[in-house]
Design a protein around this ligand. Structure first.
Ligand code: GDP
Ligand code: MG
Length: 197
């Protein structure tokens, strides 16, 4: 039995991108369609067992609202890892994520591990599958398929975010807190990058 390595992790990102939902999925494997906004910050812990070590994440889930912005340094100052979340259907949330990354790279600890997370993948996945399908049938019979009923469309392509993450030295993931796709991977990949004690 190994003693867990404690790792402080902070979540940052615009309000309503799904920070608390990603944490809720990771910690309790649960999702709430109407999640109440976080006030100030919430604290949760969860362990991540790897083959050679156990990481205990001490998670600070911050509020995204502008009026809480001045509190953020308190949470990221001695964090070993940061998860910066945006909503893949919102380009303003991606801009906001980039500004958090910049701030972290200037102000947080120099060896902080940063993961960029594009959340709400479920909102676009259905319509993207549909588009592929429409491409396939387009030359065959235009009238065979009705328009997809999805109202959400992707604002930030996976390629654009991936390229930005690479040039900025970030881990990168797309997730859905709703379906749980990709969520555990975020924390597992961060855990793998934590140096042994
Ligand atoms: P936060 O302000 O960044 O912590 O965002 P919340 O976790 O409070 O989520 C804001 C809203 O988005 C809530 O209504 C959630 O149910 C919803 N939400 C969060 N993650 C997802 C997701 O992956 N897919 C969908 N469809 N909705 C999500
Ligand atoms: Mg929240």
């Amino acid at each position: 039995n190994q003693k867990p390595v404690q790792v402080k992790l902070v979540l940052l990102g615009e309000a309503a991108v799904g920070k608390s939902s990603v944490v809720l999925r990771f910690v309790q494997n649960d999702f709430q369609e109407y999640k109440e906004p976080t006030i100030g910050a919430a604290f949760l812990t969860q362990k991540c067992r790897l083959e050679d070590k156990v990481i205990k994440f001490e998670i600070w889930d911050t509020a995204g609202q502008e009026r809480f912005r001045s509190l953020a340094p308190m949470y990221y100052r001695n964090a070993l890892s940061a998860v910066v979340v945006y909503d893949i259907t919102s380009s303003s949330s991606f801009d906001k994520a980039k500004s958090w990354v910049k701030e972290l790279q200037r102000q947080a600890s120099p060896n902080v591990i940063i993961a960029l997370v594009g959340n709400k993948l479920d909102l676009v996945e259905k319509s993207e599958e549909n588009e592929d399908y429409l491409d396939d049938v387009a030359s065959f019979d235009q009238n065979a398929v009705s328009e997809p009923s999805q109202t959400h469309s992707r604002a930030i392509s996976r390629d654009e975010a991936q390229a930005y993450a690479e040039e900025s030295n970030l881990l990168f993931f797309e997730t859905s807190a709703k379906t749980s796709e990709g969520v555990v991977e975020v924390f597992t990949e961060i855990a793998k990058k934590i140096p042994h004690e």
